[in-house]
Design a protein around this ligand. Structure first.
Ligand code: 6PG
Length: 475
């Protein structure tokens, strides 16, 4: 019997996805650089389904039904290129290579073009949901040639998470689009985590709550419009007690956040596209700042000022924080969707934001009740200029705005850092402003560099003769 799918790279994500395919009745060919991992998977989980054990790439490829479908689950970067090269050498025209790692989308564009020349279909698939998702149902974002989805779609959809009977997997668009979208997903994940962290910090430092008390608040929030995987696991992390010290685990963990790179990529790409993803950028920078351990150590004890106005009504402030979190989260998603629209335009991908909201409702790290609202918003109006302008979100922010401001004011007066709450609020205020100080920026640029400006009352470009008689000329 030949396998419907092959998986190469059997670390945790790869093994779990292979098992997920097998659990759904597909025969799975297994390959790993060292055979020990393949054997371990078969000895521990072989009874879950039908696996074919292979040692060499040739054996692996020969075990697959045509068109051959191979999912690569190895480290992004050079290791991925090496495996692709080996596979391409052994495969035939019309076969499909799927890269399920967190690849940089520009690498995926390059690889897809190279494989196309060799008659192979290359699919860059973003896969989200961590280890548990890989096993029980991830959210899958496959890009690549549309024809690849005919042979691959049903297989991927069968192992994806399902929400209301709809699989969390759809063909995203050409070449690098799947990995681009996964990258922005991760950027939003960073923003969401940072916002949750700021909320947590306010409970600790403004209200003096213990981690367990904050956990209770998050558990309660998970019953309302903030319901999400990240809010749910936050409560679990905060409730965890360290066996060694008896302290809350969160107080024992070093407060320096690491990153593997997808958040940083999101911001870099956004800079090139000219899209202000301020929430994601603040989140990436907040991780970097937390990691500047020597600087932080040297700065402890710097002046804080004395405008300490602790909130007196804990219930009111808890409500305020929940609204600041919700409103800032809307901003982060709005910005992420703006970046997806900009990427789509830049690369001619023709992406559909509503589809993304649909497949992010389950399986992935940012899954949340809120995604249903985003899906509805794009169903009502696929051309929304900003998610913030959808009636539901516009009203949600209107209901949150005073709370949001109170949180930022309180944090500033107490000296508690809230970079993402504060910058999201400023973004919102800038977006809705009738006039921005950018007019002054243009005046300054014209002054020192004759860079010209446009006028509000007539067409064309103008320049003021700043070092002459200061009359205006048309440029
Ligand atoms: C997911 C996660 C996953 C991974 C990130 C973590 O969607 O399943 O985003 O891709 O956990 O790589 O990223 P950092 O290590 O950069 O925080």
């Amino acid at each position: 019997e030949l396998a419907q799918i092959g998986v190469t790279g059997l670390a945790v994500m790869g093994s779990n996805i292979a098992r997920n395919f097998a659990n759904h009745g597909h025969t799975v060919a297994l390959h790993n650089r060292s055979v020990a991992k393949t054997d371990a998977l078969i000895s521990e989980h072989g009874s879950e389904g039908t696996f074919i054990r292979t040692e060499t790439i040739e054996e692996f490829v020969a075990a697959l039904a045509k068109p051959r479908r191979v999912l690569i689950m190895v480290k992004a970067g050079d290791p991925t290129d090496a495996v692709i090269e080996e596979l391409a050498g052994a495969m035939e025209e019309g076969d499909i290579i799927i890269d399920g790692g967190n690849a940089l989308y520009t690498d995926t564009i390059r690889r897809e073009a190279a494989m196309k020349e060799r008659g192979l279909l290359f699919v860059g698939a973003g896969i989200s949901g961590g280890e548990e998702g890989a096993l029980n149902g991830p959210s899958i974002m496959p890009g690549g040639p549309a024809e690849s989805y005919k042979a691959l779609g049903p297989l991927l959809e069968s192992i994806a998470a399902q929400v209301d009977g709809t699989p969390c997997c759809t063909h995203i668009g050409p070449d690098g689009s799947g990995h681009f979208v996964k990258m922005v997903h991760n950027g939003i994940e960073y923003a969401d985590m940072q916002l949750i962290g700021e909320a947590y910090n306010l409970f600790r430092d403004a209200l003096g709550y213990t981690p367990a008390q904050v956990a209770d608040v998050f558990t309660e929030w998970n019953d309302g419009d903030l319901e999400s995987y990240l809010v749910e696991i936050t409560a679990e992390v905060l409730r965890q007690v360290d066996a060694k010290t008896g302290q809350p685990l969160v107080d024992v963990i070093v407060d320096a956040a690491e990153q593997k790179g997808t958040g940083r990529w999101t911001v870099k790409a956004a800079l090139d596209l000219g899209v202000p993803v301020t929430g994601i950028a603040e989140a990436v920078f907040a991780r970097a700042l937390s990691g500047s351990r020597a600087q932080r150590k040297a700065a402890v004890g710097l002046a804080s000022g004395s405008l300490a106005d602790k909130p007196t009504d804990a219930e009111q402030f808890t409500h305020d924080i929940s609204r600041a979190l919700y409103a800032s989260k809307i901003v982060a998603y709005a910005q992420g969707f703006d970046q997806i629209a900009a990427g789509s335009a830049e690369y001619d991908w023709n992406l559909h934001p509503g589809d993304l909201a649909t497949i992010w409702r389950g399986g992935c790290i940012i899954r949340a009740r809120f995604l249903d609202r985003i899906k509805d918003a794009y169903e009502d109006n696929a051309e929304l200029p900003s998610l913030i302008l959808a009636p539901y979100f516009r009203d949600a922010i209107e209901n949150a705005i005073d709370s949001w401001r109170r949180v930022v004011i309180t944090a500033a007066s107490l000296g508690i850092p809230v970079p993402a709450f504060a910058s999201s609020l400023s973004y919102y205020d800038a977006l809705r402003a009738e006039r921005l100080p950018a007019a002054l920026t243009q005046g300054q640029r014209d002054f020192f560099g004759a860079h010209t400006y446009e006028r509000t009352d007539s067409e064309g470009k103008f320049h003021t003769l700043w070092s002459g008689d200061r009359s205006e000329v048309e440029a």
